[in-house]
Design a protein around this ligand. Structure first.
Ligand code: ZN
Length: 396
């Protein structure tokens, strides 16, 4: 059953599946990777040697530089430029998820299949970046159903990015002394959430991130080296805005956020130690600069998982989740790189495939999502044609 999610019919291709025994890979002629998130590239590493891996140029750079995959297996392909593998026409389309993420269209001659990987639907891309999908009938869509439940009606990324910026900007303008004494920490994955960091860059904020994260960001080529030098630093004393790893500030589970106040306390301490060391250096020099002691932490966790519609003590009308303890404030902001339920609905209503296969199954999620939107008439027509072409004596 699980392989239905990975094997493309009428081909010897697999998508986002690398955890295989050497025996089981001998039937595979090509591997496809939609994006560089661990749950999709798991199994890849320096020892991989089972065949070509087709992916975007960004994903190929990450695989070679960070995951240490032997570059001889990597076949980077550009968006919207069809290529042929085993007589199958393959096209990469922007998945609107993380840098380098693609949806993959396979036109096999026996059927058209779209694997979305992880994606966020964008209505205005229907006639631009995704226009090829208007021109074909799809047999199957392998759909990112991470948030395929009516309860997930979180807002657009633009809205939540504005909200995150407001958290920092409001302090800066209305409570400048509080702002000067605040450590802001923002949780991100290995990649993903770059749009948030970009909004901070656009608003002139310099950020600190650890050396591993810095290397990954460099690899993305999302910002040029001038922006990298100006807005990102690996020295924690350089900025009170820290970009930190996922699940350090808090663990996010559906509808809830479990904050880790001990870690926040540690970071506040560490930030002040680093600033004190830097201050001593500055005092020995000629600069007349003083670094204020940080007195509070504002932690931002951008994830769709914490989205809740109901207003209650832990949840305001922005759909954010809030916890505090002493001088530490943790916000779960409903920012998501995946489609919400309504967007998934609109995506399938537009494509009208004959079949949808969910690639993410979670509790309470429908097994056959959006079945009322499928190309029912096409299915019926195909069935009737097949039935009519049979010998009348053998018709069932
Ligand atoms: Zn992903």
């Amino acid at each position: 059953m699980k392989d239905i999610l990975h094997f493309i019919p009428h081909t010897r291709f697999v998508v986002d599946s690398f955890v295989k025994s050497p025996d089981s890979v001998c039937n595979i002629s090509a591997f496809f990777l939609t994006h560089w998130h661990y749950d999709h590239y798991r199994g890849l590493g320096p020892t991989f040697s089972y065949g070509p891996i087709y992916c975007s140029p960004t994903t190929a750079r990450l695989l070679e530089t960070i995951t240490c995959v032997d570059p001889q297996w990597l076949v980077p392909k550009q968006l919207n430029e069809p290529f042929i593998v085993d007589q199958v026409k393959v096209t990469f389309l922007d998945a609107n998820h993380c840098p380098g993420s693609v949806m993959i269209l396979f036109q096999t001659g026996h059927g058209n299949y779209l694997h979305t990987g992880d994606m966020r639907f964008a209505a205005d891309w229907k006639y631009s970046k995704w226009k090829v999908l208007n021109e074909i009938c799809l047999d199957t869509v392998y759909l990112d159903t991470t948030y395929c439940h009516k309860k997930f009606s979180f807002p657009s990324r633009e809205t939540t990015i504005r909200h995150i910026l407001d958290k920092i900007e409001q302090n800066r303008h209305t409570q400048p002394s509080v702002h000067r004494h605040t450590l802001y920490v923002i949780a991100t994955y290995g990649i993903g959430k770059e749009r948030i960091l970009d909004a901070l860059v656009q608003n002139g904020y310099r950020m600190y991130c650890g050396p591993d994260k810095y290397r990954i960001i460099q690899c993305l080529e999302y910002w040029d080296s001038q922006v990298m030098n100006e807005y990102f630093s690996t020295d924690p004393s350089e900025s009170p805005i820290w970009v930190v790893g996922w699940n350090r500030i808090a663990e996010s589970v559906p509808g809830r956020l479990l904050p880790n106040f001990e870690v926040l306390e540690e970071w506040l301490h560490l930030a002040n130690n680093c600033r004190a060391t830097k201050q001593r250096r500055l005092d020995h020099g000629t600069t007349n600069c003083s670094l204020p002691v940080l007195q509070q932490v504002v932690a931002l966790v951008p994830t769709g998982w914490t989205w809740r519609q109901k207003n209650n003590n832990n949840n305001n009308n922005q759909g954010e989740y809030f916890h505090s303890k002493a001088n530490m404030y943790v916000y779960g902001i409903p920012y998501s790189e995946h489609s919400n339920y309504e967007e998934l609905h609109r995506f399938i209503a537009w494509l009208k495939p004959q079949q949808v296969i969910p690639t993410v199954m979670s509790k309470g999620q429908p097994k056959h999502p959006f079945s009322h939107l499928l190309a029912e008439t096409q299915v019926k027509k195909a069935f009737l044609q097949k039935w009519l072409s049979q010998d009348p004596h053998t018709r069932g």
